[in-house]
Design a protein around this ligand. Structure first.
Ligand code: ATP
Length: 304
C-alpha cells in the first residue's frame, strides 16, 4: 500500500511550465489513469514521484515522505517507462535478475509465468529485442515487482493488441490478489477505460480532472434532440461540445447528471447517451483550449 500526496506542485523548465500548481492524492490500492495530450506533464509528474526530478515549488510525498534521495521510499516504488535503458551486454535474464534484487516483493514464479505468456526469450540480448518485446520486458518487471506503488509510463509502445490485452488481464487479476497503488499513463484511453478506478487528466501542466471513473460517468453525457431542449439543459450545465443540424442538436454536457436531471432531459424529449472515457478526455481538453489555454505550458483558467 502506498499513498501519494501532491500539494501545489510546480515544475518549470526555463520558459516551460510543465506542471503548474498541481494538487491531488493517489489513494492506496487503486488503479489510477494519468491521461493528457502530448506534453501535458505526465512524465514530469512521474519523474518527480520517483525522485528523478525535483519540483520547482510545492510538495510531493509518498506515505508521508519525499521520494528524492530516499532509498526507503524508493524500494517500494517501481517505475516502468518507455525509455528504459539497460547495460549493453544485458540479456532478458540479467534484467530480471536485477529486478529480483531491487524489489523486495518480487515474485519469481509470477515473472516466469509472464515470460511464458508473453513468449519472451530469456537468453535474448535486450538490445536485440524488438520494440514490442522491449515493452514486454518492462511490463513483466512492473507486474512481478509487486511494488506497493507501481508507475507505468506509456508502457506498451509497439505492443500488439494481443499482448496489450494480456497486460490488462494480468494487471487486473494480480491486482485483485495483491492490491497495490498503480498509476498508468496512456494514450490508448478506450482500451483502459474499464480498468481505471480513478482518472487524473493533465492539460498543459494543470489538473483538469481528478475523479473516480464512476463519478465521471455520471458527470458527462451527450444529449440529442430538439435544439431548444438542448439549450435549456445546456444553460445549467457546462457545454463541452455541440453539433447542430437545423432544429436538431447534439451536445456533450458536464454537470451533475443524477436521476432528477436525467428525468428532466427525458421529459424535454432528449435522448441521453453515455460518453466514452476517450471522448470525455477529448471534449474536456478541446473545451479547455477554447476557454483560454495557450500552447506555452500555461493556462488561464480551469473548467473544474
Ligand atoms: N528536461 C526538459 N527540459 C525542457 N523542457 C522539458 C523537459 N522535460 C519536459 N519538458 C517539457 O515539459 C512539458 C511536459 O513534458 P512531459 O514529458 O512531462 O509531457 P507528457 O505528458 O509526458 O507528454 P507525452 O504524452 O508526449 O509523453 C513539455 O512541454 C516538454 O517539452
Amino acid at each position: 500500500m502506498s499513498t501519494v500526496r501532491a500539494e501545489h506542485l510546480t515544475r518549470r523548465f526555463r520558459d516551460v511550465t510543465a506542471l503548474d500548481d498541481v494538487s491531488f492524492t493517489l489513494e492506496e490500492n487503486r488503479i489510477h489513469g494519468l491521461l493528457g495530450r502530448n506534453g501535458a506533464g505526465k512524465t514530469t509528474l512521474m519523474q518527480i514521484m520517483t525522485g528523478q526530478l525535483l519540483a520547482s515549488s510545492g510538495k510531493l510525498t509518498i506515505d508521508g515522505k519525499p521520494p528524492y534521495e530516499n532509498e526507503a521510499v524508493m524500494s517500494r516504488v517501481c517505475f516502468i517507462k518507455e525509455s528504459q535503458t539497460y547495460p549493453q551486454y544485458f540479456k532478458v535474464r540479467h534484467a530480471l535478475e536485477s529486478a529480483r534484487l531491487l524489489f523486495p516483493d518480487w515474485d519469481e514464479e509470477f515473472a516466469q509465468a509472464l515470460l511464458e505468456d508473453f513468449r519472451l526469450p530469456l537468453g535474448r540480448q535486450v538490445r536485440k529485442l524488438s520494440r514490442g518485446m522491449h515493452s514486454m520486458l518492462g511490463i513483466i518487471i512492473g507486474l512481478a515487482s509487486r511494488a506497493p506503488l507501481t508507475l507505468f509510463d506509456e508502457p506498451y509502445l509497439g505492443l500488439d493488441a494481443v499482448a496489450r490485452h494480456l497486460f490488462y488481464d494480468h494487471l487486473l487479476t494480480d491486482y485483485a490478489e495483491h492490491p497495490r497503488t498503480v498509476l498508468l499513463s496512456t494514450h490508448l484511453i478506450d482500451e483502459v477505460g474499464e480498468l481505471l478506478e480513478h482518472v487524473l487528466l493533465l492539460d498543459q501542466g494543470r489538473m483538469l480532472l481528478d475523479t473516480t471513473a464512476e463519478a465521471l460517468r455520471g458527470q458527462v453525457v451527450t444529449v440529442a434532440g430538439p435544439a431548444s431542449a438542448v439549450d435549456e439543459l445546456a444553460a445549467r450545465n457546462e457545454e463541452l461540445h455541440r453539433e447542430t443540424l437545423g432544429r436538431y442538436a447534439r451536445a456533450t454536457l458536464r454537470g451533475d447528471f443524477g436521476t432528477a436531471e436525467r428525468a428532466q432531459a427525458k421529459a424535454l424529449g432528449l435522448d441521453l447517451e453515455a460518453v466514452s472515457l476517450q471522448d470525455i478526455v477529448v471534449r474536456l481538453t478541446t473545451a479547455q483550449a477554447r476557454s483560454g489555454g495557450d500552447a506555452t505550458g500555461t493556462r488561464k483558467e480551469t473548467t473544474r
